[in-house]
Ligand binder design. Sequence first.
Ligand code: HEC
Length: 124
Amino acid sequence: MVNSARLASIALLAGCVACATGPRRIPEADYPREGQALAQRACTPCHAVSRDQATRPIPDRHTPGFAEIAQAPGTTAESLRRFLRTTHAATSGPLRMPSPMLDEGQMTLIVSYILSLRGQDRPG
Ligand code: HEC
């Protein structure tokens, strides 16, 4: 018979190992795909994130689509990070971009997704 207290302690230990190693590691080749999935959850209310997103952005916000952002000549990984770290609707105006509150890992995924759209057609 399996001792449930022992099972629980194994589960606890497994949990701690997961804590110690941080979030699951994503291979770099998957960054754009993971970034797209994340952006589809967090950014679609206001942006055209990709061609196949389920909902259209709120129409009265004139936000650039992600493909458009990717094509802009001034866009670099650093410029995107700087914008995502500093933008804040509360101080720059109510219809401006709110702080997306991304952690470093999420930022890396989303930036790599946006830059992967360079050279592709605009979505939708
Ligand atoms: C509540 C609406 C809203 C949401 C949600 C939102 N954005 Fe924005 N975003 C804007 C607006 C509006 C702008 C245009 C610039 C401004 O007014 O701040 C913008 C601009 C940007 C720009 C700069 C484009 C440029 O011209 O350089 C980037 C990059 C960006 N958003 C990324 C994101 C990402 C990534 C997410 C999701 C994590 C996101 N946005 C979620 C409203 C939003």
